[in-house]
Ligand binder design. Structure first.
Ligand code: CP
Length: 303
């Protein structure tokens, strides 16, 4: 693998290779001494120019469990505040012989721009409304862990589809893996023509969740909204929130995912987030294994 910029151009065989590698990584995190020497002497730079808890911490843990040196860089305290360009900053990080650059940015296309200029593999940790590939991989991994095969499973993605990089990467990942994908939300949050991605657009929870095996709830991306896209949080929650009543619309053994951070009482009720069908914390656990697998694969081909 020469970096990981998105799921859109990743063949199913590559997705399966990453998931299978992640299976082998799970066991490392269950040991008393959670460390193997695989990437000893390698340097991973985590450049996070947008807030993150799960992705940033799990990439750092993943690098350390493989014995790589993990260096975290954020916008505050960096020379971006002195008008250095991202491209120049990337060249400087590369000049320190870093082996991998993990990057999150609020602007779509930044990881690709850096990958085109830098000699080391770049991993996209979320770029604007574009893609969040490792989130989609850990989502698919989590569903595969719970349900086995994804072929013909019905996956409903509910919420702010327009502004969600997770939705975009999940759509690519789950359709490639053979699932039937539905997206649902208010019309203001569903991009026109989204059906060209091979998904069904739904405008009610009843339509989206009928017969669903997997429900993926999304947060409203307030940081990316220029105007209100729904009348009130209460109305949004009543119409598109997941609670015990709306959960009952799906299959009885349906599972619930959410990339986090969750907004309890808005898109998901606390009683669903904390209940048995929820796989939200499994997603977080699996995120470490999936990111270990991605770091291993992008550095392995260089060795
Ligand atoms: N799912 C996700 O990307 O969470 P963070 O923003 O906390 O990294």
């Amino acid at each position: 693998m020469r970096g990981l910029l998105g799921i859109q151009d990743l063949p199913r065989t590559e997705i399966e290779r990453i998931l299978d590698t992640a299976e082998a990584m799970v066991e490392i995190s269950q040991r008393e001494i959670k460390r193997v020497p695989t990437l000893r002497g390698r340097t991973v730079i985590n450049l996070f120019l947008e807030p993150s808890t799960r992705t940033r911490v799990s990439f750092e843990i993943a690098a350390k469990r493989l014995s790589a040196d993990a260096i975290n860089v954020s916008s505050s305290g960096s020379s971006l505040s002195k008008a250095e360009t991202l491209a120049d900053m990337g060249q400087n990080l590369a000049a320190m012989n870093a082996d991998v650059l993990v990057v999150r940015d609020r602007t779509a296309g930044v990881p690709k721009m850096l990958a085109d200029r830098l000699p080391m593999p770049v991993i996209n940790a979320g770029d604007g409304c574009h893609e969040h590939p490792t989130q989609a991989l850990l989502d698919v991994f989590t569903v595969r862990q719970s349900l086995g095969t994804l072929d013909s499973r019905v996956v409903a993605i509910v919420g702010d589809i327009s502004h969600s990089r997770v939705a975009r990467s999940d759509i690519h990942a789950f359709t490639k893996m053979g699932a039937e994908v539905r997206v649902a939300g208010p019309p203001t949050m569903l991009p026109a023509g989204i059906d060209v991605l091979g998904v069904k657009a739904c405008f009610s929870m009843e339509e989206a969740l009928d017969g669903a095996d997997v429900i993926i709830m999304l947060r409203i991306q307030r940081e990316r909204l220029e105007q209100a896209l729904f009348p009130s949080v209460r109305e949004y929650s009543l119409t598109f929130g997941l609670n015990l009543r709306t959960l009952a619309l799906a299959k009885p053994d349906a599972i619930v995912l959410h990339p986090g951070p969750i907004n309890r009482g808005v898109e998901i009720s606390g009683e669903v987030a904390d209940a048995e069908p929820s796989r939200i914390l499994d997603q977080v656990t699996n995120g470490v294994a999936v990111r270990m697998a991605v770091l291993y694969l992008v550095t392995g081909e260089q060795a």
